[in-house]
Design a protein around this ligand. Sequence first.
Ligand SMILES: [Zn+2]
Length: 117
Amino acid sequence: MKTINCPHCHARVPHGATVCRGCKAEFEYGAPGFPTFLLWVIALAVSIAIPGWLSKFSFFSTGFLWGTGFVIFSCLIGWGSGWIDKLYRDRVVSHRFYRYKVDHPTRESREVTSRSN
Ligand SMILES: [Zn+2]
């Protein structure tokens, strides 16, 4: 069974658990928001740029250009999200909230190292 080490209290928690048994830190699995956001921006830019470039040739209809843009966009999103999932498959981040600091609650996030045994 795969376990992860809680980076806050060093308890061993089964992989897939969302809360640490020891210190109640929260675990987050999978890709962070930023690469996904970046993927959408790049996909959008490319799917606008290529039909934009193709529109210089008058023999392409507007419908064809929209279609091309849409196909490029869905291909990039499909391919990119698969790639991001693969890249971050083993990523776990844990967040622990220091609730005792009432005035300035701090949130501490640490990467978790997972291991199989
Ligand atoms: Zn813990």
